[in-house]
Design a protein around this ligand. Structure first.
Ligand SMILES: *[C@@H]1O[C@H](CO)[C@@H](O)[C@H](O)[C@H]1NC(C)=O
Ligand SMILES: *[C@@H]1O[C@H](CO)[C@@H](O)[C@H](O)[C@H]1NC(C)=O
Ligand SMILES: *[C@@H]1O[C@H](CO)[C@@H](O)[C@H](O)[C@H]1NC(C)=O
Ligand SMILES: *[C@@H]1O[C@H](CO)[C@@H](O)[C@H](O)[C@H]1NC(C)=O
Ligand SMILES: *[C@@H]1O[C@H](CO)[C@@H](O)[C@H](O)[C@H]1NC(C)=O
Length: 477
């Protein structure tokens, strides 16, 4: 149900009184248990405090309105709220949820300002945000971090427990210390990965007994189909990587581990009893020469077309005004049949254009910089979220969204789809290929606007890195 403007304001003006000292007038009938020495008073208040009692005085209190000299407004806060300028609260004193003027509803607390500064579009939404849109953001920094043995690494995950809307994909952010292993394992879900830092040796075999071993480095991708057993070992400099699973309910804690396989079978069946499950544990350095770990059976090695890795770090980016894209999908990485992804760089001020996907939800990971996106969802709902490095975003199919670089460094993010081809619908191209008269009748736009619409997909649109100017397309740099 939607609150009307007036009932919403009414709700906000009901002052909480829970922190005020309550007048006491005798104990209630409940007997307190004996307290420690030095205790005084009683645990519960008197019955006379029950409400609907005109004899209880309302204490006089100071105004809860924060006067203008006790806070600062960030550039852009006074602009028309329909413009929805990005509000950078990084350095303003005592930030307040004001848009479209210099006064408005202040926030006397309780609050943790750091959240407000990081999420200014939730705290001070653009005037165009409306209705209910499910939460689209999860920072890995709020996930429980599970540590491996003896400082060997850690992993933290995001699945439907953290982000209920994210039903099609889940993510894990994992760190392996120098030479550490992610134990030999397999799982129900397919595992797509992007190396974030350092390098690792990965090894696996398939049902045919064909083996695979490869070294991958920051920017490279791997994929292990559901059920294919694999191992991951960091080299001497350690590593960090991102895993994306094709099941929103996937949990890293539910992987099938080789050590448990032995533990959970009768000892008479498994001659050798392994200790406890290892998960992430220290290892001996991998030999530099990969040939030494190339174990090949009679079935030979995995055919090239079925390779479990792709050296995306060496793919030349596709350059467009405002940024670059690297697309990887089954057209070039066939084993990952349902994973289509784009690693995208957006220059300051530029924006991944307004688009949507037709067949898949989008799971997004932010590698660098800061961004905001608005999810537009029919009917009549939209909400804007802010992101920084290490955050996960999720946009259900076919909701429209953009990703705008709100910072001063290049924005780098990964879009992952469950689709056999990376594709999207570009609003620019859609309108550019719609007969002009139709667009004009719908949007009441002039010919000059129509002439700017492209017939090809821009993917990224350049813009003014000054987030508080209203000359959005200008580029003062
Ligand atoms: C990798 O880690 C090193 C050491 O902390 C850091 O300096 C570097 O910026 C990281 N690289 C990336 C791509 O994050
Ligand atoms: C592993 O050995 C096989 C058979 O000799 C060879 O075809 C393959 O290229 C080797 N792989 C690596 C990563 O060295
Ligand atoms: C906000 O402003 C700070 C400096 O005050 C700047 O470093 C940062 O890049 C800006 N953008 C974001 C999203 O924080
Ligand atoms: C950004 O634009 C605003 C409004 O035009 C202007 O006041 C401000 O000085 C500009 N900031 C920078 C860093 O150019
Ligand atoms: C916006 O900025 C561009 C590039 O600096 C400039 O050419 C243009 O005149 C500006 N437009 C307005 C309305 O100021």
């Amino acid at each position: 149900m939607k609150l009307s403007h007036s009932s919403a304001s009414l709700f906000l003006f009901v002052a909480p009184a829970w922190a005020l000292p309550a007048p006491q007038s005798g104990a209630s009938g409940v007997v307190d248990p004996p307290g420690p020495s030095g205790a005084s008073g009683s645990l519960r208040g008197p019955e006379s405090l029950l409400g609907n009692n005109p004899s209880i005085p309302i204490p006089t209190e100071p105004s809860t309105v924060i006067p203008p000299d006790q806070f600062e407004l960030a550039p852009g806060q006074t602009e028309d709220e329909q413009l929805g300028l990005y509000i950078n609260l990084t350095e303003v004193k005592n930030p307040q949820p004001i848009r479209g003027g210099s006064t408005g509803p202040t926030d006397p607390g309780p609050r943790t300002e750091a959240y407000d500064r990081l999420n200014s579009d939730l705290f001070i939404p653009p005037g165009t945000d409306e209705g209910d849109v499910s939460n689209a953001k999860w920072p890995f920094g709020l996930s429980h971090n599970r540590h491996g043995l003896a400082g060997a690494g850690w992993a933290r995950q995001q699945n439907i427990d953290q982000l209920p809307i994210a039903t099609a994909m889940a993510g894990v952010n994992m760190r392996l210390s120098p030479n550490a292993y992610r134990e030999l394992h397999w799982h129900k879900a397919g595992e797509w990965a992007l190396m974030l830092n350092g390098s690792v040796r990965i090894a696996a075999i398939n049902e045919e007994g064909q083996s695979f071993v490869d070294d991958v480095t920051a920017g490279d991708v791997w994929f292990f189909p559901a059920g294919v057993p694999h191992s991951i070992q960091a080299f001497e400099n350690g590593c960090e990587f991102l895993l994306v699973f094709d099941d929103g309910a996937f949990s890293e804690d539910e992987t099938f581990l080789v050590s448990e396989l032995f533990e959970r079978n009768p000892e008479s069946v498994v001659a050798k009893n392994f200790r406890t499950s290892l998960w992430i544990f220290p290892g001996t350095p991998a030999p530099a020469n990969i040939e030494e770990q190339n174990v090949t059976g009679p079935a030979g090695t995995l055919p090239k077309q079925e390779s479990y890795s792709y050296h995306l770090s060496q793919q030349e980016p596709y350059r467009v005004p405002g940024g670059t894209l690297k697309v990887i999908d089954p057209a070039t990485f066939p084993i990952a049949k349902t994973f289509s992804a784009a690693l995208i760089t957006v220059e300051p001020g530029a924006m991944r254009e307004i688009h949507w996907h037709t067949t898949s939800d989008e799971w997004t990971y932010f590698l660098q910089g800061s961004a905001r996106l608005t999810v537009y969802q029919a009917p009549a709902s939209s909400r804007t979220f802010d992101f920084t490095a290490g955050d996960v975003g999720y946009v259900p199919v076919p909701n429209a969204h953009y990703l705008e670089n709100t910072g001063s460094e290049p924005l780098v993010f990964l879009e992952v789809l469950q689709a056999s081809t990376y594709s999207d619908i570009s609003v620019n191209q859609w309108l550019g290929l719609t007969p002009k008269q139709i667009t004009k009748d719908h949007l009441n736009v002039d010919d000059q606007f129509l002439d700017t619409l492209p017939k090809t997909k821009p993917f990224i649109v350049p813009g003014n890195p000054n987030m508080t100017t209203t000359n959005f397309t200008g580029n003062p740099l």
